[in-house]
Design a protein around this ligand. Structure first.
Ligand SMILES: [Zn+2]
Length: 134
């Protein structure tokens, strides 16, 4: 019954997209900040309220075409940042076995096994050579 209602309700609606998810995280941050006593917390409460309305409006919007274009634009604008974040996560998970160097010439990231002492690193992209401590 509830399931059917929800399915019908979200039929033809935008749903929880990437922007809604990002807004949700921002909302959680402001929710924590709103615990601060005084005018600052008060302002944060309003931000939480505004974001709640915005997320609902987005999720329930029937103008899917427009919303998905906004979502695509959002993904495009944040692509560089999201790639950086993903790279950071991968590097963090491999930090015990590898050390990462940035090529001074082309700025590409190079992975070198740890514990080899001082080594000569040759960039795989541009062929530049530099030394580093692993
Ligand atoms: Zn290079």
């Amino acid at each position: 019954m509830i399931r059917r209602f929800l399915t019908n309700f979200f039929q033809g609606r935008n749903g929880f997209d990437n922007i809604a998810r990002a807004a949700w995280w921002v909302l959680l941050v402001f929710l924590l900040l709103s615990l601060i006593p005084g005018w600052f917390g008060f302002v944060c409460e309003f931000v939480v309220l505004a974001l709640t309305v915005y997320i609902w409006w987005r999720v329930c919007s029937k103008n899917i075409y427009k919303r998905s274009r906004e979502n695509a634009k959002y993904l495009e604008l944040t692509a560089a940042f999201r790639t950086k974040f993903r790279d950071f996560k991968t590097r963090f998970s491999m930090r015990k076995d590898y050390k990462f160097f940035t090529c001074p010439t082309c700025h590409s990231i190079l992975r070198v096994p740890r514990g080899k002492g001082k080594v000569q690193i040759t960039c795989t992209k541009c062929g530049n050579r530099f030394s580093g401590k692993t």
